[in-house]
Design a protein around this ligand. Sequence first.
Ligand code: ZN
Length: 221
Amino acid sequence: MSYQHQYVDGTKIHFPLGKVVCIGRNYAEHAQELNNPVPTEPLLFIKPSSAVVPIEGGFSIPDDRGSVHYEAEIAVLIGKPLSRKPSEEEVRDAISGFAPALDLTLRDVQARLKEKGYPWEIAKSFDGACVLAPFIPGDAYSDLADIDVRLTINGEIRQDGNSCDMLNPIVPLIQHLCGHFSLQPGDVVLTGTPKGVGPLNKGDTLVLELPGKSQFESRVL
Ligand code: ZN
């Protein structure tokens, strides 16, 4: 199924789908569960637009490259160009939406790459590696340091985080990454995963939500 940005009410968002900028280890308890040190500066990587699939109707995972882990994350849709050193107000004004997302990761492949000190690209960028839900409007939260994200698999809550636990909160994170590259309307920022990551399996049923704001059911095809 091809992907186009949209709001939960079905309104299409006419920004082209751009890159998906991700941060690793943005919650201390998640870094610890994978025995990773907590980074001193944001650990960034990018998924290409070809990795993005919509959550509706279910999604597929690779079955020939070892375990595929789910990482539930708060996705931020960028709606205005941002570059260099945007102010807090400019960043806030450029946010056009929030959605829950899955950063899917080939964990065995990533472990091998990490061991060698190589980039993670092929573990994070395969087709279908970014599952995105429809967005709620960018003004849906008055406090960006109090956004819940939750993932339930087969009836069991596996991840239940809040943006207050981010090591790099949303606005400073976006300011930081603009120091490295510009953001364009249609780009998405995935803000890191709270603790509780684990493998996904064919047939799993999922509920991915920004509790109190939006909720989506899906399954692994
Ligand atoms: Zn992630």
